[in-house]
Write a protein that binds this ligand. Structure first.
Ligand SMILES: NC(=O)c1ccc[n+]([C@@H]2O[C@H](COP(=O)([O-])OP(=O)(O)OC[C@H]3O[C@@H](n4cnc5c(N)ncnc54)[C@H](O)[C@@H]3O)[C@@H](O)[C@H]2O)c1
Length: 482
C-alpha cells in the first residue's frame, strides 16, 4: 500500500511507497488534518490515490472505481494540502459535508466510516482553533526597527523592562536599532508589555530576580527593577528594600565588571514630604525613615548612595534620574495611584475617590517624555542626579475633574480620609534637566490622558486572556527619533 506525505518545503505530495525513511519521518511529525482524514480511509482498506487534487492513480491501472465513495468525495471537494506559511491551510468545513449524501445510511460499515470522518472533521476544527489561537499570539510583523551597524549598535540591559516605564524604554531602544535585554522577575511587570518584541533577533527576555547577581556582557544598563506604586512596594517591604539595595549592588557590580554605563531609576520620593517647593536636586529631603513608605523612599536613597560610592571607588560611570509621577498606557490597573484610579473609576461610572481634601498637588508627566529624558541623561556627560518630571502642578481635585470630563461620565467626586505620609506638594524643579541634558516634557496633559484612557478602556473591555491590547507607541512620540 502506498502512503501519502506532504513535503513541508514545496508542498508537493510525495509517493513514499518505496521510501520507509520518509514514512517514518511522517509518523514522527504527527498527524496533519489531511493525514487524519486519509488515515480513516487507509484503515478501512479503501484504495488510496496518489494525487489528492484529482489526478488519476495509475499504479493499479484503474483510476477511481464507482464504489470508492470516500475517494470521490475527496476529489469532488478538491481537498488540498496545507501550504507552508499558512498554518490554517485550505481544509474547509463544508468540503466534507457532502459525505452525508454519498453514504447509504443502512450500510453499517459506511455508517461507521461516516462517524470516523465526523471525528476527523472535529479534530481538524479543533486543530484549526488551536492554530488560530497560536497565530494570534505571534506578531506577524515587528515594528520596523532602524538598522545600526556593529559599531553603533549597543547591547543594553533594562532591569524591570517588563514593567510600565521599562517596556516603553524597550520600545524606544528597539526602534533605534539596539540590542535590548530585559531582566525581570515579573513581580509587577508582565510579558504582555513586551510581547510584540518576543522572537525579534535584537530582543531577549530573561526571567531574573535582580536580588541575585547577573553575569552578561552589556554596554549600558538602565536599572528600573523595583515596584513603584505604594500598594506594590508596601506589599513586601523587606523585598522592596532588598531590590533597591542588593539589586542595585548587583547592577553596579555588573557595570563595574563589564565597564558598562549605568542609569539608576531613583524617585521624587527621596524628597519625602518636602518642605521646599518646587524640589531642586540640591534639596536633601524630608523622609520618615520608619513610615509605611520608608522601604521605598529609603531604599531609593541607599540606591543613590551606592551609585556614587561605586562611581567614586570603582570608577563606575553612573547616571541618576529622580523620576516624578508618570502615567501612560501599560500602567497597572491596580496601581493605586491617582491617574489609574480616577480613569478606571470614571470608565466604570463609579464615584471618583480623593484621599484627603483634594487640595494636595501633583504633577504628572507622560511616559514618552520620561523615556526621552532617561535616554538623554544616559547619553549626556552629566553625572549628578537629575529630576525628570512635569513641572505643571495641579490639585488632585483638578485631576479628578479633568479625567471625568475626558471620559465623559457623570461620576461623583467624593472625599476619603487622607493617607498616612502622603506628600502635600510635589513639583520638580527641572532647571538642571533643561541646562545639562536639554530636556523638558512636551506632551500636553489632555493628549497623554486620552491615550491612557483609550488603553484602559480596551483593557476593561477584554473578556478573555487571549484577547490582546497591544500598545505600540508611534515613533513620533519620541523626540530623539524625529
Ligand atoms: N512610574 C512612576 O511614576 C515612577 C516614579 C518614580 C520612580 N519610578 C521608578 O521607575 C522604575 C520603573 O517603575 P514603573 O512605574 O515602571 O514600575 P513597574 O512596577 O511597572 O515596573 C517595575 C518592574 O521591575 C520589576 N521588578 C521588581 N522587582 C524586581 C526584582 N527584584 N528583580 C527583577 N525585576 C523586578 C517588576 O516586575 C516590573 O516589571 C522603578 O524603579 C520606579 O521606582 C517610577
Amino acid at each position: 500500500m502506498s502512503h501519502y506525505a506532504y513535503d513541508d518545503g514545496d508542498n508537493a505530495i510525495v509517493d513514499t511507497a518505496d521510501n520507509d525513511a520518509v514514512d517514518q519521518e511522517n509518523r514522527r511529525a504527527g498527524p496533519s488534518p489531511e493525514r487524519l482524514v486519509l488515515s480513516v480511509f487507509d484503515q478501512k482498506g479503501i484504495r488510496q490515490h496518489n494525487s489528492i487534487d484529482g489526478a488519476r492513480d495509475d499504479t493499479d491501472g484503474g483510476g477511481i472505481s464507482d464504489h470508492d465513495d470516500a475517494g470521490r468525495v475527496l476529489l469532488q471537494n478538491k481537498l488540498r494540502p496545507f501550504r507552508k506559511g499558512s498554518l490554517v491551510g485550505n481544509v474547509q468545513k463544508q468540503r466534507i459535508e457532502p459525505l452525508h449524501h454519498d453514504f447509504a445510511l443502512d450500510d453499517p460499515e459506511r455508517e461507521s466510516r461516516l462517524n470516523e470522518l465526523h471525528e476527523a472533521k472535529r479534530q481538524i476544527l479543533e486543530l484549526e482553533r488551536k492554530i488560530q489561537e497560536l497565530e494570534g499570539r505571534i506578531p506577524r510583523k515587528y515594528p520596523d526597527v532602524t538598522f545600526l551597524n556593529y559599531k553603533n549598535r549597543k547591547r543594553i540591559l533594562i532591569t524591570g523592562g517588563a514593567g510600565f516605564v521599562g517596556s516603553h524604554l524597550v520600545d524606544y531602544l528597539m526602534m533605534k536599532g539596539h540590542e535590548v535585554i530585559v531582566a525581570d522577575n515579573f513581580f509587577t511587570g508582565r510579558k504582555r508589555n513586551v510581547e510584540h518584541w518576543l522572537g525579534h533577533e535584537n530582543f531577549e527576555l530573561i526571567h531574573h530576580d535582580i536580588v541575585n547577581p547577573l553575569f552578561i556582557e552589556v554596554d549600558e544598563i538602565y536599572h528600573l527593577a523595583s515596584p513603584a506604586s505604594p500598594p506594590h512596594y508596601m506589599y513586601n517591604p523587606v523585598k522592596t528594600i532588598k531590590t533597591n539595595t542588593l539589586g542595585t549592588i548587583n547592577v553596579l557590580g555588573l557595570a563595574k565588571r563589564v565597564g558598562a554605563k549605568v542609569l539608576i531609576a531613583s524617585t521624587s520620593e527621596v524628597y519625602g514630604d518636602p518642605d521646599v517647593h518646587p524640589q531642586p536636586e540640591t534639596y536633601w529631603g524630608h523622609v520618615n525613615p520608619i513610615g509605611p513608605r520608608a522601604c521605598y523612599d529609603e531604599g531609593k536613597r541607599v540606591s543613590e548612595t551606592l551609585s556614587y560610592a561605586y562611581a567614586k571607588q570603582e570608577k563606575v560611570n553612573v547616571r541618576v534620574a529622580r523620576i516624578f509621577n508618570t502615567y501612560g498606557p501599560r500602567m497597572h490597573m491596580n496601581d493605586g495611584r491617582v491617574v489609574s484610579n480616577f480613569i478606571i473609576q470614571a470608565l466604570q461610572n463609579q464615584s471618583i475617590t480623593i484621599y484627603g481634601s483634594g487640595h494636595q498637588t501633583r504633577s504628572f508627566q507622560y511616559v514618552s517624555d520620561l523615556v526621552d529624558g532617561l535616554v538623554s541623561l544616559m547619553a549626556s556627560n552629566y553625572t549628578q542626579p537629575v529630576n525628570l518630571g512635569n513641572p505643571v502642578e495641579r490639585t488632585i481635585q483638578d485631576f479628578a475633574e479633568i479625567i471625568r470630563d475626558l471620559v465623559g461620565c457623570k461620576s461623583k467626586i467624593i472625599e476619603m480620609p487622607a493617607v498616612e505620609d502622603d506628600p502635600q506638594r510635589r513639583k520638580p524643579d527641572i532647571s538642571r534637566a533643561k541646562k545639562y541634558i536639554n530636556w523638558e516634557p512636551r506632551v500636553p496633559l489632555q493628549e497623554g490622558l486620552m491615550k491612557t484612557i483609550d488603553y484602559f478602556r480596551k483593557e476593561l473591555a477584554r473578556s478573555n486572556h487571549s484577547q490582546r491590547n497591544i500598545f505600540v507607541p508611534e515613533t513620533t512620540e519620541f523626540r530623539n527619533l524625529l
